[in-house]
Design a protein. Structure first.
Length: 355
């Protein structure tokens, strides 16, 4: 990294220290139930803003515990073979290493399973944004024929005859009712508890530890925010702007994406911008898993963007007009930075694993 750039980072980080984790205040929980507090590094909220409104389903220790058990339990699927964790694996940032996830009876989904990190800051879900709210999102996989292929009455009956589950529902919600609303509320709480803010980048940016990222990764961060213009879609902090964009993958949209949900021709081929946190362990990439490696992803942006793609995002102009904007060394620096977004604690935290 050039001395001027190193000085710029040193000055910017001189006043930052990684003291006690910043706590996001939780909405009031019902009497006798313990609020669950999201742990964030100091200064993170200033950068990423507050989570979505959770007053309708406040995070609680008991609700998260119930959601964790449900998330890892194949009892939700028709034949007890598939759980949420089957397609969202912790060691892969709660994404799926397979291009398409396998449901009941070996049925394959139609899009790659996205990472579940930091979804407390998101209110639109699936690649095409067709669902609003995590509670609603948690409802669909249970009944989807390519996923759990079950019915909610069956799920509710199974849980109702299990004394352990009845006790967990009572602890979380004050009632032993195992109806679908209680199930999806608990699942939503667990998923919202999955925060990832302890990568080398976080220790560098929020904690002021200039040794946390290599010189190559620091160079990559500069490229990411300057020449690469990657931050236009993958904004620093959450590393997604939560928008729906066409990044020039195809000249013909075989998958309509957001357009299928909105019915607007201008939305055809647009998909949700995924987070880049833990991106080094969440391969394959894009909505259809077409790229097996990060190198392939960068090569797409390094000369493979189809500017004639219908509804291509205006932020792609730079890439489309510059066939080879990055040198091999710069590609290596970008890869080093993307690897510095890996949060090992998130990938191995026993609090996220099966109880």
């Amino acid at each position: 990294m050039r001395p001027a750039i190193l000085l710029l980072f040193s000055l910017a980080l001189a006043g930052c220290r990684r003291d006690e984790a910043e706590q996001q205040p939780a909405p009031a929980a019902p009497p006798g139930i313990t609020p669950f507090v999201l742990q964030l590094p100091p200064g993170a909220l200033e950068l990423i803003g507050p989570p979505v409104d959770m007053s309708h389903n406040p995070l609680t220790v008991q609700g998260v515990a119930l959601g964790r058990k449900l998330f890892h339990d194949p009892v939700l699927s028709a034949d007890h073979s598939v759980s949420c964790a089957s397609c969202h694996r912790q060691e892969h940032a709660f994404a799926d290493p397979a291009v398409l996830s396998q449901g009941v009876g070996g049925a394959l989904g139609t899009r790659h399973a996205m990472s579940l990190a930091n979804l407390a800051w998101s209110d639109r879900f699936f690649w095409d944004g067709r669902i609003e709210g995590l509670e609603a999102q948690a409802h669909d996989p249970v009944v989807h024929p390519l996923e759990m292929a079950n019915t909610w009455p069956t799920v509710e009956a199974r849980l109702a005859v299990d004394p352990a589950y009845r006790a967990l529902f009572r602890a979380a919600f004050g009632s032993e009712s195992t109806d679908s609303s209680a199930v999806t509320n608990a699942l939503a709480q667990f998923v919202r508890s999955l925060t990832s803010f302890d990568s080398p980048f976080d220790r560098f940016h929020f904690g002021g530890d200039v040794s946390a990222m290599s010189e190559e990764a620091q160079n990559g961060l500069v490229l990411f925010n300057s020449q690469g213009r990657c931050g236009g879609c993958h904004t620093l902090g959450l590393f997604t702007d939560q928008a729906f964009r066409n990044n020039g993958l195809d000249l013909v949209h075989n998958d309509p994406g957001l357009g299928a949900h909105t019915g607007n021709p201008g939305d055809l081929g647009k998909f949700k911008v995924p987070t880049l946190r833990n991106v080094a362990v969440s391969a394959p990439y894009m909505h259809d898993g077409r790229f097996a490696t990060l190198e392939e992803v960068l090569q797409h942006y390094n000369g493979g963007v189809h500017m004639a793609s219908p509804n291509v995002d205006l932020l792609m102009d730079y890439w489309g007009m510059n066939p080879t904007p990055f040198s091999p060394n710069e590609i290596n620096d970008l890869l080093a930075f993307l690897n510095a977004l890996t949060d090992e604690q998130f990938l191995t935290d026993p609090a996220h694993a099966a109880p």
